[in-house]
Design a protein around this ligand. Structure first.
Ligand code: MG
Length: 255
């Protein structure tokens, strides 16, 4: 039985894991430059997480071979780090999970390599705007449909493809728990959030069609039409007054 309301001890572990994740993410972003490879970033992720006392949640999860998912350009999520050097203008999704004492957190961002196409930047900006409106809705007593609908509204207002086959999720002793949190929904519908729940909000959008396919490597999810994609995510804690981001470098960040 999934423990939806987290204990104080669980939240302490998740907060620690969140700090490690944020530091690791910042380290990878600093290292992401033309000529660097995903394999190198994966080694850096593994080393950084270990040096900070955490474990990489993704390594070995359902057989995933790396400590970070790196999804490049038309890659949306679940990209396996490889030896292709990053190039100026690439758009790179960096998705990390960290575990402390059996408790997981999960967060992602999408960043450009060097100077990127303004249209790609607008895509990423919209992904974060969608996250922020969802985050702003989340609090004790609110239906998940309100959160989902807020995210959907921003993505669709931007004219982007809203990926429907992948969702946000609850998180705790496993990476992906109930509830499932699609990036679309109906206000007033769905699970009612309660203080102490930990959930991942993760808008996923494309510059073209929302259709996605699995790449030949069996893992990487790419857009069917080759259009560029963005994915951002934080693990958040529902509180009486709103929500708290657990995977931010700014500890205790609330709105
Ligand atoms: Mg996630």
């Amino acid at each position: 039985m999934t423990e939806l309301i987290k204990s104080t001890a669980a939240l302490a572990a998740m907060r620690r894991a969140g700090q490690i994740l944020a530091k690791t993410q910042a380290t990878l972003i600093s290292a992401l430059k033309p000529g660097v490879t995903g394999t190198e970033l994966d080694r850096l992720a593994e080393k950084t997480i270990a040096s900070l006392g955490g474990q990489p949640s993704f390594k070995g999860f359902e057989g995933f071979p790396a400590s970070v998912c790196l999804s490049v350009n038309d890659g949306l999520v679940h990209g396996i780090p490889n030896d292709r050097p990053f190039r100026e203008g690439d758009l790179v999704g960096i998705d990390l999970g960290v575990c402390i004492d059996g408790w997981h957190v999960d967060a992602a961002t999408t960043v450009g390599v060097g100077t990127i196409d303004p249209a790609d930047q607008a895509l990423v900006d919209t992904a974060w705007a969608a996250f922020r409106v969802g985050f702003a809705k989340a609090r004790d007593g609110v239906h998940l449909g309100d959160v989902q609908h807020a995210i959907q509204t921003v993505i669709e207002a931007g004219g982007y493809g809203l990926v429907r086959n992948l969702s946000g999720h609850g998180i705790g002793q496993t990476l992906h728990e109930e509830p499932s949190i699609p990036n679309f929904g109906t206000p007033g519908q769905g699970l009612v959030l309660h203080t102490g729940m930990t959930i991942c909000l993760e808008p996923m959008l494309t510059r073209g069609s929302a259709e996605i396919v699995t790449d030949a490597d069996g893992w990487t999810i790419v857009t069917a039409d080759g259009s560029r994609a963005a994915h951002v995510e934080h693990t958040i804690l529902v509180t009486d007054t709103g929500a708290e981001i657990l995977t931010d470098s700014d500890r205790g960040h609330t709105r």
